[in-house]
Write a protein that binds this ligand. Sequence first.
Ligand code: XMP
Length: 333
Amino acid sequence: MDSNRRPETMERITTKELADKFIAEQIEAVRAQVGEKKVLLALSGGVDSSVVAALLIKAIGKQLVCVHVNHGLMRKNESEGVVELFRNQLDANLIYVDATDRFLDLLAGVSDPESKRKIIGKEFIEVFADEARKLEGVEFLAQGTIYPDILESIKQAEGKKAVKSHHNVGGLPEDLKFELVEPVKLLFKDEVRVVGEALGLPHAMVYRQPFPGPGLGVRCLGAITRDRLHALREADAILREEFDIAGLAGKVWQYFVIIPDIKSVGVKDESRFEGWPAIIRAVNTKDAMSATIEEIPYSILNKITARITSEVEGINRVLYDITPKPTGTIEWE
Ligand code: XMP
């Protein structure tokens, strides 16, 4: 039987009881697969890799080596949160790599979106491979592959074209050969979340909004500069805080800030001030193939605008993108 095909008889995991059963089975399967050997995992802090990490910590404890690569394009306090949860609370074997300078130096002056994505994806693999080479006795690589990824690969193998190149840890260099451990590869996203909660991961992490692999890199439009990236990170943090306060955080599928590489004239402290606009995007979707716009109340937009323009250096306007997908993709790059 093809182990990459979900059996028709497989029950949909919708309850804690079913999740617990799945977890117990996977713990057995992982232990049988890896024995006493070490397993490496790229832990981004996203739902899928976090659930796999929590599952493997239960199954094999310190035999799991998690590597968190901070590419300098994470949201505010995101990497710190991954370290706090996995190293300090779950006692994981976690290597934290701050590769901010490596990524931002490579990206300097690069404005083409697909080139940016490729640089980020390639460098991510290189940083991860560098860490893997330093370790000894690792024969397995765990991945947060889920069933839609498998279905997408099948589609691509059949010759259908992807709109944007998405990245994960696939394509490691030739000298690094690992056997894969993919405990959630037959699950759909909603099932991964049920499993994550059954494993005791925080609700906010398990239900967090999707965040693209290239991170803020595709929201700091054109050639990334450190000052504009900083402004983006701060503005995005304010947006997320205000969505939390307004009770929109669990309701809206994805919401974030984009900063284009243009300036407009504004006024601050009675003098002319050229600044960037912060663009807000808040969308709802089922499968990310099409999306509708969340109608954020004006009072909330006003508050967000007042905070971003007064608290974030370099920003003098706030715009709200009301374009559905199509014609706009969810991300701007
Ligand atoms: P678009 O912009 O294509 O986005 O409408 C659809 C969904 O995919 C996410 N996205 C990415 N995720 N790597 C990822 O892991 C990427 O390069 C990437 N680009 C877009 C996007 O955030 C949205 O949820």
